[in-house]
Design a protein around this ligand. Structure first.
Ligand code: ATP
Ligand code: MG
Length: 457
């Protein structure tokens, strides 16, 4: 307390930053009328203001509206405490993540309401690298603005007056298409290394240039990411990969040296020619889906990112004499055991990933009843999309994917005609099984191995 008072009286970077007079930008100049924000966030602000509190739409939504992008969600910042917010709304609950926030349910919408954060001080708990561990101190609006990461993210929109309140020249920076860090970038990355990833993601997503002062330290400070809890990295990576600009993000991550230690396998994968091609195709495909407003499941995404690692393990196991299917399952487990822990992939997502992978060999069976059984699988669609990607990456023959494309669309008669003769396939299979495990996969690389079998029918 006393230290905080002294630092305020005698100044210091954060204290001055926290007491700056904001620019109040009228609607005539920015043209964001109140009907542009969601009805839920508007009602939340109105209700809090009626209770005598300050309340604004804040962060990404204001930024996105200013540059003509569609906001993902509308967050609210207020001087009311979480408890006061909770009491003001019947359908609301306090959730404690890194800091306490309140979820207010308004119709279909859930509005995240955050109490203004106070400035960091000597009492703030940090780890040995300077990463902030707890920050649940409330503060003024000016302090809250100074705690945000980029100037473009520190804008407050008041639905009552339709004014944008700008403490850090965010509107000007946005006009100049610049992503500028509030305060000293090095200090801010040390407090929270995830800001490096946010810089890359937001710049890619919004078409902004990272200000050189914020860009330069990223390469030197990338190692700090190793110290961030895996679950938080996973969340951020997921945001990045589902931003609709994953190709750009991953390319820039690599340019900034940020993929090391982050998605450790991405590193390995990107260096294998087949792997890189596959991952980039998969990401381009995801970007395309998201831009068309379709969803993309985390399971599918991570299944693609880790596939070539599975292929490599699978090939190795087969070369050691393992049978095809048990080898695949073992390879899947090997890869997921390592990655699930490193990336904090949840059990549910790991389950989805496995399903997509394990259905792949089943596409090779194109005789008898088996193709019909596969069509009935709940995860058929994702597994088929995955198969198409493999064909596009030339890992397997195009012909197999095309066959499945046609088979799905065909009527019952056509389907029956498409089936391959049962006997031939079966005989081959039996012969193969009886063969002694003397490393048949020896001559085939990871990219061709899977398909050799599928060609056989
Ligand atoms: P998106 O469009 O992906 O939602 P966003 O900027 O809204 O981008 P959120 O994670 O929703 O990202 O965060 C909301 C706001 O909270 C940000 O605009 C920023 O003001 C603040 N914020 C988020 N993460 C950080 C951080 N690591 N450090 C400082 N401020 C942050
Ligand atoms: Mg947001």
């Amino acid at each position: 307390m006393i230290r905080k008072l002294i630092s305020r009286v005698f100044g210091g970077r954060k204290a001055t930053a926290g007491h700056r007079e904001p620019a109040v930008i009228p609607v005539a100049s920015h043209r964001i009328t109140r009907d542009r924000i969601s009805s839920g966030s508007r009602r939340v602000c109105e209700t809090l203001q009626q209770h005598g509190h300050k309340a604004f739409v804040v962060g990404g939504a204001v930024r996105d509206l200013l540059i003509g992008a569609e906001p993902k969600d509308f967050d609210v910042a207020t001087d009311a405490t979480p408890e006061q917010v909770r009491r003001a709304f019947r359908r609301s609950r306090i959730i404690g993540r890194r800091f306490q926030i309140v979820h207010v349910m308004m119709g279909q919408e859930t509005i995240e309401v955050t109490t203004f954060r106070g400035e960091l001080d000597a009492n703030t708990k940090k780890d040995e690298h300077g990463r902030v561990l707890h920050d649940n101190v409330f503060g003024s609006q000016a302090e809250d603005a100074a705690r945000r990461d980029f100037t473009a993210n520190a804008l407050y929109y008041d639905p009552a007056t339709e004014a944008v309140i700008d403490y850090h020249h965010g509107v000007g920076d946005l006009k100049a298409r610049t992503l500028r860090m509030i305060g000293d970038p090095r200090a801010r990355y040390r407090e929270d290394p995830v800001r490096m990833l946010r810089a890359v993601r937001l710049a890619a997503k919004l078409g902004l240039i990272i200000d050189p002062a914020a860009k330069k330290p990223i390469r030197e400070m990338a190692d700090l990411l190793e110290n961030v809890p895996a679950a938080r990295l996973f969340d951020e990576m997921l945001k990045l990969l589902t931003s609709g600009h994953a190709v750009k993000c991953v390319t820039q991550l690599r340019d900034e040296g940020l993929h090391h230690g982050l998605l450790p396998l991405l590193d390995v994968i990107l260096e294998q020619p087949m792997g890189e091609k596959f991952v980039m195709l998969a990401l381009a495909n995801t970007d395309e889906r998201i831009r068309r407003g379709k969803s993309s499941s985390p399971g599918f995404l991570f299944a693609t990112l880790l596939w070539h690692e599975v292929l490599a393990h699978w090939e190795k196991l087969k070369a050691q004499g393992e049978m095809k299917i048990p080898a695949l399952y073992q390879a899947m487990d090997n890869v997921l055991d390592v990655q699930a822990e490193k990336l904090a992939i949840t059990r549910r997502i790991a389950g989805d990933i496995k399903e997509i992978w394990s259905l792949q060999p089943r596409f090779e069976a194109r005789a008898g009843k088996r193709p019909y059984g596969l069509l009935e699988q709940p995860r058929f669609r994702a597994a088929y999309d995955f198969l198409v990607l493999r064909a596009e990456a030339a890992e397997i023959e195009r012909e197999l994917a095309d066959w499945w494309t046609r088979f799905q669309a065909a009527d019952p008669d056509e389907r029956a005609q498409m089936l391959l003769p049962e006997a031939a396939g079966d005989k081959k299979k039996r012969r193969r099984r009886r063969k002694k495990p003397s490393g048949p996969g020896g001559e085939s690389g990871p990219e061709s191995g899977v398909d050799r079998d599928s060609q056989a029918g």
